[in-house]
Design a protein. Sequence first.
Length: 146
Amino acid sequence: MLKIEVLRSDDDVTQIRVSGSNGRFAGAVNAYVSRGTLVHVAKDLDGFPKHVGDTRDVVLGAFGPRYAGGAVRLHFVCPDLAGHPRLDAEFEAEDHGPAFDGNPEYARVIIRFEVAAFDRFVSHLRTVGAGDAAGVAELRAVDSAV
């Protein structure tokens, strides 16, 4: 499952929590995005997959130690002729000081999902991104124990 949760929002910035799990591996980060980013992401993801080989890429937050918060890279792909979409999600946590020697924690999670679940996710993401209150958009996995 992939979950994008709006934690708080002001006039310029929205703090989100992005978490993902396939039953064996999991990752989660808090990240900052510009207000309205989630609506734009929903627009970019709408209609996926259009054809075999279709890919969509989304980066939420900012990678690297010079930025506040963590980051996640979401790579949606339709790799086979049967049209089985999947998500490759890469999470990078915020550096938490000397104990980590400047090396942030990192996770990569692969999540399989159905197109109908993806369409619901995009719809919820659009709604959550347009709101002023906290909210959640979830992409349910095909199975939780890959």
